[in-house]
Design a protein around this ligand. Structure first.
Ligand code: FA5
Length: 349
């Protein structure tokens, strides 16, 4: 029986050293110390021994039982430690002394250029207005001296909604509301109307390197007594020199818009090809950027302003094209692409 006990001890010593997970150790505990376990079996077999032998054997079995209990506890603790170390080693390395590397994202080039324009015009006393993207026929056309069936409506292929409203095809759609908002201060307090209103525009256009169906414009108006074309030219020049901060070639040519008289097209020499001609400027070397003109008397009248007493200028800056020129983006479609690799490289100042 003592031999049997010694064999059991050896067998257990080998088994516990080989147990490499918590479950294996628990299985061994049950196998040796459980109700039907080997050590319990040894105790049961004592009944056939004489008094002195029984006492002696009983003591030895208890020693073995204690040894096994201690070994199980020790091996369990070792395995828990090993499992913890394994878990820690599989975690990505984290160096708390390393400087923070935060991905802060970046602004879209149009946002950058819009903010820059807003800053420039604010510094010249203009307010920045917001306007809805869904507007009425009156706002987008009739109040701008473009009655129903006027051929000028064909200049913009407009998206109409089933309720008769439309997606704003030009930021000029906000002009009437701006005149009505500030006319009282103009007439009663002599405060000139000076406002810009950036916004998204929609046209059902075939897209190419310089045309999108969804693009941004920034409208600007100034109304007061004695406003003339020289005021218009001053503000256009200031805006362009502040945005580009380098000499750029511009040209002013006559342009037709029913809401201005006279009207102009302000083009800039294409900064992608340097004026040689490329897809970005439809191979003309020039890019239509900022049509403008003196506000038509009918438009002032529709806004509740007497054109005999007041005059003003308006412009409709193509902000998406401005972003193209400012950041050297050859294809306008990249700006709506959602391609973070190309869009996240611009940082403004
Ligand atoms: C207008 O939208 C007039 N409302 C501008 C205006 C305002 C004239 C006030 C006079 C007084 P036009 O359709 O040309 O004009 O658009 C103005 C500018 O928006 C263009 O010069 C161009 O820079 C930009 N633009 C027009 N269509 C697109 C397009 N499909 N994709 C990108 N930019 C465009």
């Amino acid at each position: 029986m003592f031999e049997e006990m010694e064999l059991l001890r050896q067998k257990f010593t080998e088994a516990i050293a080989a147990a490499d997970n918590t479950q294996a150790v628990e299985d061994l505990r049950i196998e040796y110390l459980g109700k039907k376990g080997s050590v319990t079996g040894l105790l049961k077999s004592m009944k056939d021994l004489s008094g002195e032998e029984k006492k002696n054997f009983g003591q030895q079995v208890n020693i073995l039982k204690n040894e096994i209990t201690e070994s199980v506890a020790k091996r369990s603790a070792e395995i828990k430690q090993l499992e913890l170390e394994k878990q820690i080693n599989s975690m990505p390395e984290f160096d708390i002394t390393a400087p923070p590397v935060l991905d802060r994202g970046s602004y879209h080039p149009i946002t950058l250029v819009q903010r820059e324009c807003e800053k420039i015009f604010r510094s010249m006393g203009f307010t920045v207005e917001d306007y809805s993207e869904i507007v009425t026929d009156y706002e987008c056309f009739e109040s701008l001296n473009i009655p129903k069936h006027h051929p000028a409506r064909d200049m913009q292929d407009t998206y109409y909604l089933t309720n008769g409203q439309l997606l704003k095809s030009q930021t000029s759609a906000a002009q009437n509301a701006i005149y009505k908002k500030y006319r009282k201060a103009l007439i009663e307090e002599g405060k000139p109307i000076k406002a810009i209103f950036p916004g998204r525009c929609f046209r059902n256009e075939a897209t190419d390197a310089c045309h999108e169906n969804t693009f941004f414009q920034m409208e600007g108006v100034m109304v007061d007594k004695n406003i003339s074309i020289s005021n218009l030219i001053f503000f256009m020049k200031t805006m362009l020199s502040e945005v580009f901060r380098k000499d750029i070639k511009v040209r002013l040519r006559p342009g037709f818009f029913p809401f201005v008289e006279p009207g102009f097209e302000l083009d800039i020499s294409c900064l992608i090809c340097g004026g040689d001609g490329c897809p970005s400027c439809k191979h003309s070397g020039w890019l239509e950027l900022c049509p403008c003109g003196m506000i038509h008397p009918e438009v002032l009248k529709a806004g509740g302003i007497d054109p005999e007493e007041y005059t003003g200028f308006a412009f409709g800056l193509g902000m998406t094209r401005l972003a193209m020129m400012k950041y050297g983006i050859a294809d306008i479609r990249d700006l709506n692409s959602g391609n973070l690799k190309s869009l996240s490289q611009f940082t403004g100042e």
